[in-house]
Design a protein around this ligand. Structure first.
Ligand code: KMH
Ligand code: ZN
Length: 272
């Protein structure tokens, strides 16, 4: 396959509520339907946050399990569960026991808009160790250079397995600004052989930076977690965002990877 790219759909996130955009999927059925629609548009991976029956974020294990199972029933996409969000770290860590193929690993505490995103060093080490034990690949979300440095420290400590899988997240208030310079700096400091994708937060940053990442040879993510409007005053929906990103990739002669191809490109470990 010529110049393949792993496209990830980030379906809902830890912040937006259906009142912000009615296309935001929250129930297991709605998340699974969105996953299937995104898979059909070219996504190989879905990243999702667990929502409760009220549609709000929850770290509830049962809700996460029901959502993961619903996605797997709906389509063969690779699943990446979020261990992020604004709940105590001890509750978030339990989600890796569900053994998705990948789980997010946020390595540093930070300001996140008007919230505190708490990722205490000991908890992060515990989560990384458990993921390694289970064969769940860590998707390292890095919001600034210091996060990359801390991830490299975890690698030295034997808590991560190469190739490292980075998500460069730019545009969060409290993290690095969404500029091409910041993307280039972060990518240039990754160890050789790392795989990476771009996450641009906000409508403008998302299209601009995912397009630049595709041109640089990186992978890219989009979805309602990262932006709510596809154009000024026009609400986005998940499959529509994936379609737009796939069209940008194809214009650059990059082919969206299937889940089986993505599994190889990301060198996902076997689950234990
Ligand atoms: N919305 C993301 C950029 C995670 O999924 O682990 C931050 C986040 C982290 O939600
Ligand atoms: Zn997320």
């Amino acid at each position: 396959m010529a110049n393949p790219v792993v496209i990830t759909a980030a379906l809902n996130g830890p912040v937006a509520v259906p009142g912000d955009n009615p296309n935001l999927p929250t129930s297991p059925e709605a998340v699974a339907a969105a996953a299937k629609a995104c898979y059909e548009e070219g996504a190989a991976v879905v990243h999702f946050h667990t929502r409760g029956p009220d549609g709000l974020p929850t770290p509830d294990y049962g809700c996460a399990k029901a959502t993961l199972e619903a996605i797997h029933e709906a389509c063969p996409v690779l699943t990446q569960i979020s261990t992020g969000g604004f709940f105590p770290h001890e509750e978030r860590i339990k989600l890796v026991e569900l053994k998705p193929r990948m789980a997010s690993l946020n390595v540093c505490t930070m300001t996140f808009g008007d919230k505190e995103f708490l990722n205490p060093p000991l908890g992060v080490r515990k989560m990384a160790a458990r993921m390694r034990e289970l064969g769940v690949k860590a998707e390292l979300e890095i919001y600034d250079t210091s996060h990359l440095e801390f991830a490299l420290r975890l690698l030295k400590e034997g808590l991560l397995v190469e190739p490292l899988q980075f998500s460069v997240v730019l545009g969060v208030i409290g993290g690095a600004t969404a500029t091409p310079e910041n993307l280039i700096t972060l990518v240039s400091r990754m160890p050789p052989g790392s795989v990476w994708q771009m996450i641009g937060v906000g409508s403008k940053a998302n299209l601009m930076l995912t397009s630049i990442a595709l041109a640089m040879g990186g992978n890219a993510r989009t979805g309602l977690e990262d932006l709510l409007y596809i154009a000024k005053g026009v609400m986005a929906d998940n499959p529509g965002l994936i379609r737009r990103l796939v069209n940008v990739a194809k214009a650059m002669e990059r082919t969206p990877a299937t889940p089986a191809e993505a599994e190889k490109m990301l060198q996902l470990p076997k689950l234990n």
